[in-house]
Design a protein around this ligand. Structure first.
Ligand code: SF4
Length: 61
């Protein structure tokens, strides 16, 4: 089942990890932050994606 995530733009440092590992879920905004462009298709990957952000900017929505 697809799950939604969100990015805290104030916390995001634009490292690009989420954009490169899940390009169907995250993309860069014009100011170099990450934004959510899609759902996480595999629910089991949500915890890993949330945990992978070095500054904890990704949250389950
Ligand atoms: S992994 Fe975290 S800090 Fe890096 S671009 Fe994604 S949301 Fe921003």
């Amino acid at each position: 089942m697809a799950k939604k995530v969100k990015v805290n733009a104030d916390a995001c440092i634009g490292c690009g990890l989420c954009v490169s590992t899940a390009p169907d879920v995250f993309a860069f905004t014009d100011d170099g932050k990450s934004e959510v462009i899609g759902d996480v298709a595999d629910e089991s990957q949500v915890d890993e994606i949330v945990a992978s952000c070095p500054v904890g900017a990704i949250e389950e929505d």
